[in-house]
Structure formats: C-alpha cells, structure tokens
Design a protein. Structure first.
Length: 208
C-alpha cells in the first residue's frame, strides 16, 4: 500500500512511519511527486486545517495523510495575540520563520513568561481515502498526555523540522526532547492511550 504524506517536514515523515511501523506501507512525499502547490489553510483548528490539506492533496493520490498542529501556552489567554495557536511559524502576523528564527522568537517569548512556561500541542490529523475524508483531534486527551515545559535555555542539539524541541523538556523526566532519538522528537509527549487512539484512527481510516 502506498500512502502520500502531505508534508515537506522530514520529522513528520518519521512520525507517521513510526506510528504505522507494523503496517505494510510505502510512504511517498510531496517532494517525491514533485508537488509544490499548497492549499489555502482556512480552518480555525488544527483538525480543520488538516482536512483542508487532505482534500487538496487528494487530487494527486488515492490515499493521503495530512497533519496540522497548534502550540498553546497555559500562561497566555487563548485570545492573547502572543498565543501562537495555529500560527506556530508565523506568530504575530510575521512572515514564515525558519527553524533558527523560531528558536530566537520563542526563547524571547518564554523569557518574558518567566523563563519557563507550560505548553501543549493540539494535533489535527486527516486521512483522504479515495474521495472520503476522516479526521481526528482529541483536545482533552492531548492536553493530559502532551503537556510539557518550554524554557528559554536552548539546547545546541536540533531536530530538523521540529526546532522547538531544542527548548522543550519533558515534565516527568526533565529532559529536552532532543535528548531522545530523532524518532522521538515531539513524539516524546504522544504516548499511551493517546498514541493508541491515533494509531487506531489511522488504521481504520486507511482500512488496514
């Protein structure tokens, strides 16, 4: 089975390859197919944006997985203009930030929040399967399983595509996300029942 991952982010490719490692799937990427066009992401949540992507890339491939994420700080109101939300790479209306620019921006923001802030990601996932779209996002479970600290002391280690892992630490172990393997990355915070829910969704949507 071949599945298109609607992303150019190498860390997302590793993520889904790991989640579905026990399945007979050959993943292809936008780069593999020479796809450079991007959909307009008009959703109000990560799930809605993932659906926009899946519907768009479905014109190129029968089976597609798309993912979108939002970053939220518990110290900031959801209405605070500094709350990144869906605009993780374009905070405060900025042009798209590079990995290094993201680290610079967010280390300053966390410093303003006292040098250490409690954060969580909300992930939306959508699957296009021959014209049908399924989607997944569990806010409550993501917050419970995925809370972590972001600090203004940046590790020199880097994971391409997940720059904020260099300043994110596991609440339980106190270790930077980048101190794990490159397949762990942000997935240090997606484990247990939440990971099982994601895997079940992917397998059922792909009819595996």
């Amino acid at each position: 089975m071949k599945v298109l991952l609607g992303t150019t982010n190498p860390s997302k490719v590793k993520r889904f390859s790991t989640l579905l490692a026990d399945c007979d799937i050959e993943f292809v990427t936008l780069k593999d197919l020479g796809i450079e066009d991007e959909p307009e992401e008009t959703g109000n949540t990560p799930e809605e944006n993932a659906i926009c992507k899946a519907r768009y890339y479905g014109q190129y491939f029968d089976l597609v997985i798309c993912n979108d994420s939002g970053l939220y700080f518990e110290e900031l109101s959801l209405k605070d203009k500094k709350q990144p939300g869906l605009n993780v790479r374009t905070p405060m209306g900025m042009n798209r930030l590079s990995d290094d620019e993201m680290i610079e921006y967010y280390s300053k923001l966390v410093s303003e929040l006292g040098g250490k802030a409690s954060a969580y990601y909300l992930d939306g996932i959508a699957v296009y399967n021959k014209g049908s779209i399924s989607s997944f996002m569990d806010d409550n479970m993501a917050r419970k399983a995925g809370a972590f600290y972001m600090i203004d002391k940046v590790s020199p280690k880097r994971f391409e595509g997940w720059p904020l892992d260099s300043m994110s630490i596991n609440k339980e172990t106190g270790r930077y996300f980048v101190d794990g393997s490159d397949t762990e990355s942000k997935e240090n915070i997606i484990y247990g029942e939440y990971e099982k829910e994601i895997v079940w969704f992917l397998k059922s949507s792909l009819e595996i």
